[in-house]
Ligand binder design. Structure first.
Ligand code: SF4
Ligand code: SF4
Length: 319
């Protein structure tokens, strides 16, 4: 894979600082029941990287401080971590909102048959990637049979009340298949609702459109096709200063499976750690108060968050 960091480090992106911390986004490890070609962490069934019991306890300790509103769990398939359920239950007992970034197919895996019930019982918000409402496009991106298994996963969640009440939220994620910006989130959400409702009688709450970042596999493909500069030009030409106020790194930190801190998941993928006093920090030494007004580590990929309607792990930043 071709590295994009050397092309991104020299940047004219405006300096930004943190506000109060609200969300911990935690990568529990790289094990996954799928092995998607585009996966930005190369997750798969044979990956062994998993967050340790000690670091899970550090996360719980931080949640117990009462300062964090949301725990956002990613992977791999976070549900395959042996302590996933303990962490979710502890967080919910502390009244912390939990998001599970779920690939939907995990809901039908052997040994996970009661996962949907567990998520529903703990009122976990499910955020799931579904890059299109047609089988050909989804299977092309994520593997044969993934579309049908995803529809089955949504059906299971709907039967448990997902998309039907504010306690059971199911959001889907779309990202473009190439070097272009996502279409209007509002318009695409209404197309998805119509198509999935009419064809499969399934429902969801919101669609999040996420801009492709010029990093990892997507960035490498841009370089090899000679499209990297054009795509960066598009992101920069579409810069919207309003989005600077709401980029997700203002109130979120990302934690890797070894417990190191980053300003966001993209910086984690680029191995650009969060810096406090010029040093990278571990979850075990984090004091939330220290983060306030801290400079966020930026590079040219940050233009992916501010282009057009803006982009974050929670979708567009503006209409
Ligand atoms: S489901 Fe997600 S984490 Fe798993 S291999 Fe695919 S992209 Fe990677
Ligand atoms: S890429 Fe990360 S650090 Fe840069 S603006 Fe987006 S969220 Fe913030």
């Amino acid at each position: 894979m071709l590295a994009t960091l050397p092309l991104l480090e020299k940047t004219d992106f405006p300096a930004i600082q943190r506000g109060p911390l609200k969300t911990l986004q935690v990568n529990l490890g790289y094990r996954c029941n799928q092995q998607c070609l585009h996966c930005h962490v190369d997750a798969g069934p044979n990956r062994k990287e998993m967050m340790s019991h000690e670091n899970i306890n550090e996360i719980i300790k931080l949640l117990s401080s009462g300062q964090i509103e949301t725990l956002d769990l990613t992977g791999g398939a976070p549900e395959l971590h042996p302590e996933f359920r303990r962490l979710v239950e502890r967080a919910r007992a502390l009244d912390v909102h939990v998001i599970d970034r779920c690939n939907l197919t995990i809901l039908s895996e052997p040994g996970q048959q009661n996962l949907a019930q567990f998520l529903a019982a703990n009122q976990v918000e499910v955020v799931a990637s579904l890059p299109c409402y047609t089988a050909d496009n989804v299977d092309g991106q994520r593997g044969k049979g993934v579309f049908d298994a995803s529809i089955e996963g949504i059906r299971q969640l709907n039967q448990l009340g997902y998309a039907d009440s504010s306690d059971h939220v199911l959001n889907l994620v779309y990202n473009p298949t190439g070097a272009f910006l996502p279409p209007s989130q509002v318009g695409l959400e209404s197309d998805y609702k119509k198509q999935l409702g009419e064809q499969f009688a399934i429902s969801f709450n919101h669609l999040f459109t996420i801009t492709n970042m010029p990093i990892k596999r997507f960035g490498s493909t841009l370089i090899s096709k000679g499209e990297f500069n054009n795509y960066m030009g598009l992101l920069k030409a579409s810069f919207s200063a309003n989005n600077l106020q709401t980029v997700m790194c203002r109130d979120l930190i990302s934690i890797d499976w070894q417990g190191w801190l980053y300003d966001c998941d993209f910086n984690q993928m680029l191995e650009l750690p969060l810096l406090l006093g010029g040093k990278k920090k571990h979850i075990s030494e984090l004091l939330v108060e220290q983060l306030q007004n801290n400079d966020i580590v930026i590079a040219d990929h940050c233009y992916g968050c501010t282009a057009g309607q803006g982009s974050s792990c929670g979708g567009a930043l503006s209409d």
